[in-house]
Design a protein around this ligand. Structure first.
Ligand code: PLP
Length: 455
């Protein structure tokens, strides 16, 4: 823990030099400066401990403080810290094979460093695949409102959250958005299943109206995560796959958050029995210890890159993508997840939280509780009858009250105007039973506290 003088100095320097992600300017508030972390817990420079209910940014799946992860990365850095994947190296080969096993399919990996890059890579591969497969006119991508796909211009173009795009536009042409079915907000008179199939039909109609021969791919997260934990009806996901197959459109699954056990399966799409053409992943691949991402592409698409015209290969370099230490660490991370059965544990803990907090739906401001594995969303409303989204003040007050009790919870921030009303939880899959109880107790006490929720 830093002494008071040091703390003051850190806060001042932070305010002077660091530009924070997503934070409105607030010079009167000190940032939370995290110094140490262990298990599911983080500690700030003032010595305050918090249970990290968001795994950092949905990524520290195996928990903090794993010496084994640090040791394999250090060993690899000593042995061979860097070599680009224009050649190859052992950790990348081993990891590509292991990821294929987790994907339960026949995929080839292109490594990069972040979820945004993994999605950009998917877009480029999809376009080039179609070009070389005799359909050069396919360049458009369809994605869903409320979903986030990254901060780079292509990934942001695919993002369906207007607040993340405002003032950075115009973005790229050829990115088209359709509705994602939202169980809580299905139109009056329609069941979730009917609304889901109606949304799938709208997607199909969009492909037809755009002309299928111009559409390269559909990108979707199996469960919309940062956009508000929107869990689809299983029939919808199967229907999207059927539509993509029917029109020769590649199905790109963004598993940046849903991957690596978060939803109670290795990858989120495995909950729905589909086989995406391309799978993008990052975050949990290394449990956030080092940057790494991958774009997994079905081998049959790689085949069209094997021919010999000088432009036929994938002409993309990524200096740091597939860093040997990151790959080695990822392999160890997957080994730990297997050894400790963390994927099954996500289901067990998630169900326990869900069952314990389900009665809170009787509270006047809790609209809907959603859970799949250790992805939990609590939609807050001002007026339950009208489903009016809760005010910014109410959501902020609840998050602050949880923090005061030692629990970090998140929300869907800066997504779609007036719909940033979903509390999110994605704790480490490795958390203990006691950690799980603390999450339950904190939510139960804060969400029932009328003084907190009356804002
Ligand atoms: N896709 C999804 C679903 C994400 O949630 C994110 C980031 O939160 C990204 C892509 C972009 O990942 P990154 O921040 O690593 O670029």
């Amino acid at each position: 823990m830093a002494d008071q003088t040091k703390q003051k100095e850190l806060y001042e320097k932070d305010k002077r030099y660091v530009w924070h992600h997503m934070k409105p300017y607030q010079n009167d508030q000190n940032p939370m400066v995290i110094e140490r972390a262990k298990g599911a817990w983080i500690t700030d420079v003032e010595g305050n401990d918090y249970l990290d209910g968001m795994s950092g940014l949905w990524c520290v799946n195996a928990g903090y403080g794993r010496d084994e992860l640090v040791d394999v990365a250090a060993e690899q850095l000593r042995q061979m810290p860097f070599h680009p994947l224009s050649n190859s190296h052992v950790p990348a080969i081993e990891l590509a094979e292991k990821l294929n096993e987790w994907l339960k399919g026949d995929y080839r990996m292109f490594f990069s460093n972040s979820g945004s890059e993994a999605n950009e890579t998917a877009f480029k591969i999809a376009r080039q695949y179609h070009y070389q497969n005799g359909e050069p006119g396919r360049y458009k991508f369809i994605s869903r409102y409320r979903a986030y796909h990254g901060n780079t211009l292509g990934a942001l173009s695919a993002t369906g959250q207007a607040q993340r795009k405002f003032r950075y536009e115009p973005l790229l042409p050829g990115f088209i958005h359709v509705h994602a079915p939202d169980e809580y907000r299905a139109p009056d008179g329609q069941s979730f299943e009917e609304w889901s199939l109606a949304c799938a039909r709208m997607m199909e109609e969009t492909i037809v109206w755009e002309r299928p021969e111009t559409v390269a791919g559909v990108i979707m997260e199996p469960i919309i995560t940062g956009g508000g934990i929107l869990i689809p009806h299983p029939d919808y996901v199967k229907e999207v796959e059927r539509i993509c197959n029917k029109y020769g459109v590649l199905l790109i699954n963004d598993e940046v958050i849903c991957g690596f056990g978060r939803t109670g399966e290795n990858f989120g799409y495995q909950n729905y029995g589909i086989e995406p053409d391309i799978v993008t992943m990052a975050k949990g691949i290394t449990s956030g210890y080092l940057p790494l991402a991958a774009t997994a592409v079905k081998q049959k698409y790689y085949d069209v890159f094997k021919t010999t015209d000088e432009s036929d290969h994938f002409r993309q370099v990524n200096t740091f993508g597939g860093n040997p230490a990151a790959c080695k660490l990822a392999l160890k991370n997957l080994e730990i997840m297997e050894k400790e059965n963390l994927v099954a544990r996500a289901n067990e803990l998630g169900s326990r939280i869900r069952q314990s907090i389900e009665p809170l739906t009787a509270e006047p401001h809790i609209g809907h509780i959603r859970q799949q594995g250790l992805l939990i969303g609590i939609e807050l409303v001002k007026d339950k009858q009208a489903k009016t989204p809760a005010s910014k003040e109410m959501v902020g007050g609840i998050i602050a009250a949880c923090k005061a009790k030692g629990l970090i919870v998140g929300k869907n921030a800066d997504t779609v105007a007036d719909y940033n009303n979903v509390l999110t939880l994605a704790p480490p899959l490795s958390m203990t039973d006691e950690d799980c109880d603390l999450i339950i107790e904190t939510l139960q006490s804060v969400l029932k506290d009328t003084a907190i929720v009356a804002q």
